[in-house]
Write a protein that binds this ligand. Structure first.
Ligand SMILES: Cc1ncc(COP(=O)(O)O)c(C=O)c1O
Length: 423
């Protein structure tokens, strides 16, 4: 049996209907923005492998940091023990996070970072003797696949099977251009109608919805409304964090700062699964008590894993180099130039750019479904042409590793343009 056949014998892939899906492509090797399959076919990873990999595949600098850590202290339980990589990572993150963030809690992935934020929002009020059990979230949000994260997510067929089993969530419209007031009013109404503990949002860009973007001023206003009404705000920066929007965090565009932030994906440069949820001192203080029942009884076996911390420290170092900051500007400029060139194409309805994120919507006669035939046709076309892009319905987006070369980017743009001819 070849690798593909062996894969199909035992492995169950994410977001995959195995009866109709093509066999998974066997990837053997990666370097920079490139991946090679078992037949040595080359692919440009134009979505940084689900947005995790800013500094390129098989990055030697991070690999060396991981190796050094693995051969010093690979893991130690974080209950009752600590270690330098976690302590230094905490200090380094505090230097770049919004000033109101003071405490951080480790976990393993974006969903757990969100799960923890939502649990903390609910327990914060419980600890204060107030009953607040509803969460507010945006329509079409995506916050992950664990139960609370699923509840906050609005993409229906991901969560359909679990309706009635999820915590109560009120969904409000995203304040995209022209919809700001509707969104503000819906938030105010939600807060009036229920005892809301928290409002969770993907700041400025809704990734899984197809890179839907909205302005910082609108988000500032929503956060302000929450603050005036004692609703905790949770910025889910799992996708946007660590440079994707052109700044370290999307929240850096805001004047109002959230009470909690969720970080993962690019945190370790796409190497070790790790996540962090950060909090204000006020939130931590609501759990700080003689009463043990007020503690946060949440933890994962690999909480604060030293190897993950070492990978995150190496990643942070790379992010802060002049070379990487120049890459962020370069990729953004190339996207803007491509946007200018493509936006009047008869098959393109809208284009969006923020930082290293580019998206365009293709004109369709009827609404394109998330995993519909148009999406599949486009996806297959990109794969045939050696580009990894996963369209969301009729939305094609590019979110490459920051180290992608100009030549590779031009190839991606060219194939995207060619794809417009097959729809
Ligand atoms: C904004 C956001 N939050 C949470 C998640 C879930 O992260 P994970 O897949 O690591 O659980 C994602 C994943 O795409 C995301 O985009």
């Amino acid at each position: 049996m070849n690798l593909s056949e062996r894969d199909q014998k035992h492995l169950w892939h994410p977001y995959t209907q195995h009866k109709t899906a093509s066999p998974a492509i066997v990837i053997k090797r990666g370097e920079g923005a490139l991946l090679w399959d078992e037949n040595n076919k080359e692919y440009i990873d134009a979505i940084a492998s689900w947005w995790v990999n800013p500094f390129g595949h098989s990055n030697r600098f991070i690999a060396n940091a991981i190796y050094k850590q693995l051969t010093t202290l690979e893991h130690v339980l974080f209950g009752g023990f600590t270690h330098e990589p976690a302590i230094v990572l905490g200090e380094k993150l505090m230097e770049i996070l919004p000033k109101n963030q003071q405490k951080l809690f480790f976990s393993d992935n974006g969903s757990t970072a969100v799960e923890i934020a939502i649990k903390v929002a609910l327990q914060y009020f419980f600890n204060k003797g107030e009953k607040k059990t509803t969460i507010i979230a945006f329509e079409n949000a995506f916050h992950g696949d664990t139960f609370a994260a699923m509840a906050a997510s609005g993409i229906s067929f991901f969560t359909e099977a679990f309706q009635g089993m999820l915590i109560e969530v009120i969904r409000i419209p995203v304040p995209t251009k022209g919809n700001e007031q509707v969104s503000f009013d819906a938030l105010a109404k939600a807060i009036k109608s229920k005892n809301c503990a928290g409002f969770i949002f993907e700041p400025l860009v809704q990734g899984a919805a197809g890179m839907v973007m909205y302005e910082p001023e609108a988000l500032d206003n929503l956060v302000r409304i929450c603050k005036e009404n004692k609703v905790l705000t949770i910025a889910d920066e799992v996708m946007t964090g660590f440079g994707k929007t052109g700044k370290n965090f999307a929240c850096d565009y805001l004047t109002e700062q959230p009470d909690m932030m969720c970080l993962s994906k690019a945190l370790t440069g796409g190497t070790i699964p790790m996540a962090i949820t950060t909090f204000t001192q006020d939130i931590f203080d609501a759990f700080y008590d003689e009463d043990i029942n007020k503690a946060l009884f949440h933890g994962h076996t690999f909480t604060g894993n030293p190897t993950g911390c070492a990978a995150a420290l190496a990643s942070l170092h790379l992010l802060q180099t002049q070379e990487m900051q120049d890459n962020l500007i370069r990729v953004n400029q190339r996207h803007l130039a491509f946007q200018k060139q493509i936006k009047n194409h008869p098959k393109v309805t809208t284009t969006r750019v923020l930082g290293v994120i580019f998206a365009l919507e293709i004109q369709t006669e009827s609404a394109a479904s998330y995993y519909g035939s148009l999406r599949n046709k486009l996806y297959n076309f990109f794969i045939e042409n050696g580009i990894i892009i996963r369209p969301v319905g009729n939305i094609v987006y590019i979110l490459p590793p920051y180290v992608i070369t100009d030549e590779q980017l031009q190839k991606v743009y060219k194939v995207v343009e060619k794809a417009l001819e097959i729809v």
